[in-house]
Design a protein around this ligand. Sequence first.
Ligand SMILES: Nc1ncnc2c1ncn2[C@@H]1O[C@H](COP(=O)(O)OP(=O)(O)OP(=O)(O)O)[C@@H](O)[C@H]1O
Length: 340
Amino acid sequence: MAIVLEDVSKTYEVKGRRIEALKKLSLTIEDGEIFGLIGFSGAGKSTLLRLINLLEAPSSGKVNVNGTELGSLSGDDLRIRRQKIGMIFQQFNLIESKTVYQNIEFVLKASRYDRKKTRGRIEELLDLVGLGDKVDSYPKNLSGGQKQRVGIARALANHPDVLLCDEATSALDPDTTKTILKLLKRINRELGITIVLITHEMEVIKEIADRVGVMTEGEIVEMDDVYSIFSHPEHDVTKGFVQDIYDFTIPPHIDVNERSEVITIKFLNEHAEANYVNQLYRHFECDISILNGRIEYIHDMPLGFLMLHVKGEPGEIIRLKGFIDESRGIERAGIYAKID
Ligand SMILES: Nc1ncnc2c1ncn2[C@@H]1O[C@H](COP(=O)(O)OP(=O)(O)OP(=O)(O)O)[C@@H](O)[C@H]1O
C-alpha cells in the first residue's frame, strides 16, 4: 500500500500557452512515511498534491493511492476515496462563522457520519490535538497555531490514511511551527497515517520528514532520506536549499592564499562529536582558528560543519588537508553553491 505516481504529466493551457506543471514524474511514497517535497514557487508542488487529492486528473500517467487507481473512480467511490485523504492548508481554511465544533461537524455531516457518534468523535479529535477547551470558540479568537490544530482535527475526522500538508506551517512563527510539526509527527507515528508535505523551507523538512524530494520545473531532481540530502546534496537546487541552513560564507576580512586557507569540514554521524580539532592542533604546525561551526541533529543523528582558518607553510597545509581527506567520517565540505 502506497502512493504511486507513474509517468505523471500535467499540462495547463493558458491563453494559447502550454504550461508543463509536471513532466513525466514518477514517485513512490511508502505507506506510513513522512515524505517532504521541497521546491521554489512554481516548481509544481501544489499541482502534485492536487493530483494525489483527486482534485485534478493528470494529463497523462497514473496516480494510485493505496491500491486504487484514481482515474478509475467516479461518483460515490470517488467521494468515499477522497474522504480517506485529509488535507491541511497554509491559511487553515476554517469557516469563520462556525465554532471549532461546527467546523469539524461540517465535514462529518458531508461524509454522512453516524450522528450519534459525532459529538464523541469531535471530542476525541480535539483531545488529540490538545484543544479540548476550545470546542465552542470561533476561529477569530484562536491563535494561528490553534487554528492549524483545528485544521488537523478536521482533516483527521474521517480516519484518513493519508494526510496532505500544503505549506501547513508557513504562516506560523518558528516556535509554533515546531509544536505543529511535533503534533504531525505524533499523528504519523501513533495513527500510522502517511504524510505528504510540501514546503519551501528546509527547516521543516529537517524537523519532520523521513524522505525528501527536491522539485524544480515539474520534475523531482533529487530524492533521498533527509540525512543524505543534508550531508551530500548533489543537485544545485538542493545545495541552495541546504545552504540556507548552513549559511557559511567566508568573512570578507579573511585573506585567502597558499599560506592562509579557509577549510570547511563536514563531520558525519558520531564523528561530529569527536575532538577532531584537537588532533589537527597536535599533528600540524599550523595556526588554526574557528570561523564558524554547527552541529545539526537530523533524526537524532549528528551532522557537523566546522569552518576553519588555517595559516602555515603551504606544504603543512597540504598535509593537513590530506589528513582530513583520509579521516573516517570526515570530509572537506567545500561551500555549497548558492542558487539565487
Ligand atoms: N490551474 C492552473 N492553470 C494554469 N496554470 C497553472 C495552474 N496551476 C498551476 N499552474 C502553473 O503550473 C506551474 C506549477 O504551479 P504549482 O502551483 O504547482 O507550483 P508550486 O511549486 O506549488 O508553487 P507555489 O509554492 O507558488 O504554490 C506554475 O507555472 C503555475 O503557474
